[in-house]
Design a protein around this ligand. Structure first.
Ligand code: ATP
Ligand code: MG
Length: 406
């Protein structure tokens, strides 16, 4: 269904206060719900987990599986428009919902982002003249394709075409023997082998696009991963070369236009050494939703990525974004609750000390059990100057027992 303007605080087609729904109840859904509620919308979450972070704070929590017909029917009854918060939402469920309610992003865009092979083809089609493309790769879906892999893709990273996240479903391989063993280990599901690239840096761009085709991007985020999981995002002048940032923003908008995307989209890039001073951009992957690397927008920009998600799905204007403070985001994983090892009792980090530092903004997701590797929250740090924000981040990281910032 096409999207109409859903004015906050009014009565919707359902005869009740306008309600925005989200498929998935994780932390991204929770922060979406908070943003929607701040603007006066009612909210509904569909997630099977009784303790889901978003389900706990929404007006309604529909506690069923993502393909449960009754659950989907309830979500449609309640909601005037529906979005998603994780990319593995089954595309058929979005098609069902989309027949009766505006769904943003739509099933097609989500389906492309769910499959690395389709996703890379989409990048190639979207960026014909930019000089930006995916890492050299080969699809591996059969014994014959495995045997035909060009030698110059090794050493490489074998990634499952579907259902990977936070470095899961990926195996680094040096030679053909390791590649064959890795494909066995991944149960011979469709995969891509990507050439291992020497990364100078990683970055990402978030764009919001409305049904009218208007697209606005956020500043470019510089990301540092540890063990395949985002650890630090830095956004300030000088974090990355300005010309490179402009190219990344333009490429991201082109990718969103080509998908006829409605909602918030994040595209991740590698910066590789090509002999030039700035380095060259390689497009890695996209997420059809707000992204962990965009959390700094909550405290450092005049509109957050979650408010843009609300605006896009409600047909409200998308303004150009102004970043008002240099920012660093530190991801808070469950490991911080176990400074003496995972076999010792959990202990809360010393938030009172961290929050005594200037410009610290704590966001915890309401997850009751801390576990190593589990995303529990993030700390946004803002300051008047880059030097100030870096100094605070260094102090906060030391207090929390996080690795020193480079
Ligand atoms: P996400 O949590 O972002 O969805 P993911 O599991 O889908 O992660 P990728 O983003 O493809 O995986 O890869 C995770 C990390 O592994 C990247 O951020 C990068 O640090 C490293 N990496 C991935 N592909 C390559 C490559 N071709 N060359 C070098 N490093 C790579
Ligand atoms: Mg990634």
């Amino acid at each position: 269904m096409t999207l109409k303007t859903l004015l906050p605080g009014t009565t919707g087609a359902t005869g009740q206060q306008l309600t925005l729904g989200v498929m998935g109840g994780g932390q991204l859904g929770r922060m979406f719900v908070h943003a929607a509620q701040a603007m006066g919308y009612f909210t509904a979450v569909l997630d099977p987990d009784p303790a889901s972070p978003a389900g706990r704070v929404a007006h309604w929590h529909i506690q069923t599986g993502y393909e449960d017909e009754q659950g989907l029917a309830q979500l449609m009854q309640r909601c005037d428009a529906i979005t998603t918060e994780f990319e593995n939402v089954p595309a058929p469920a979005l098609i069902t919902l989309g027949a009766h309610r505006p769904v943003a992003p739509g099933a097609h865009a989500v389906a492309v982002a769910q499959d690395r092979i389709q996703e890379k083809a989409h990048f190639v089609a979207s960026l014909p003249t930019s000089g930006i493309g995916p890492a050299p790769y080969a699809a591996i879906e059969s014994e014959a394709l495995l045997a035909a892999v060009p030698a110059d893709l090794l050493p490489g990273i074998l990634k499952t075409a579907r259902l990977g996240y936070d470095g899961k479903g990926q195996i680094r391989v040096k030679d053909r023997a390791e590649l064959a063993a890795a494909w066995d280990q991944l149960k011979r599901v469709p995969c891509v082998l990507e050439k291992m690239l020497p990364l100078k840096a990683e970055c990402s761009v978030i764009v919001a696009r409305g049904a009218d085709g208007q697209a606005v991007s956020f500043p470019v985020q510089r990301n540092t991963h540890v063990d395949g999981i985002l650890a630090v995002t830095e956004v300030f002048e000088g974090a990355l070369p300005a010309a490179l940032c402009e190219k990344a923003r333009a490429a991201t908008i082109a990718i969103a236009h080509q998908l006829n995307y409605v909602g918030v989209l994040c595209v991740e890039y590698f910066v590789i050494d090509d002999g030039s001073a700035d380095g060259a951009l390689v497009v890695n992957e996209m997420a059809p939703r707000p992204h962990n690397s965009g959390h700094y927008t909550q405290n450092a920009c005049d509109v957050s990525q979650f408010e843009q998600q609300v605006r896009a799905m409600a047909g409200l204007p998308l303004r150009e974004v102004r970043q008002h403070s240099p920012a660093i985001m530190l991801n808070i994983l469950g490991d911080l609750w176990f400074p003496q090892g995972a076999d010792k009792p959990a202990r809360s980090p010393a938030w009172d000390r961290v929050l005594a530092l200037p410009g610290t903004h704590l966001h915890l997701y309401g997850k009751l059990d801390a576990r190593p590797g589990r995303k529990m929250g993030h700390l946004n740090i803002t300051g008047a100057t880059v030097a100030e924000v870096k100094a605070t981040a260094t102090q906060a990281a030391a207090m929390l027992g996080l690795p020193a910032l480079s």
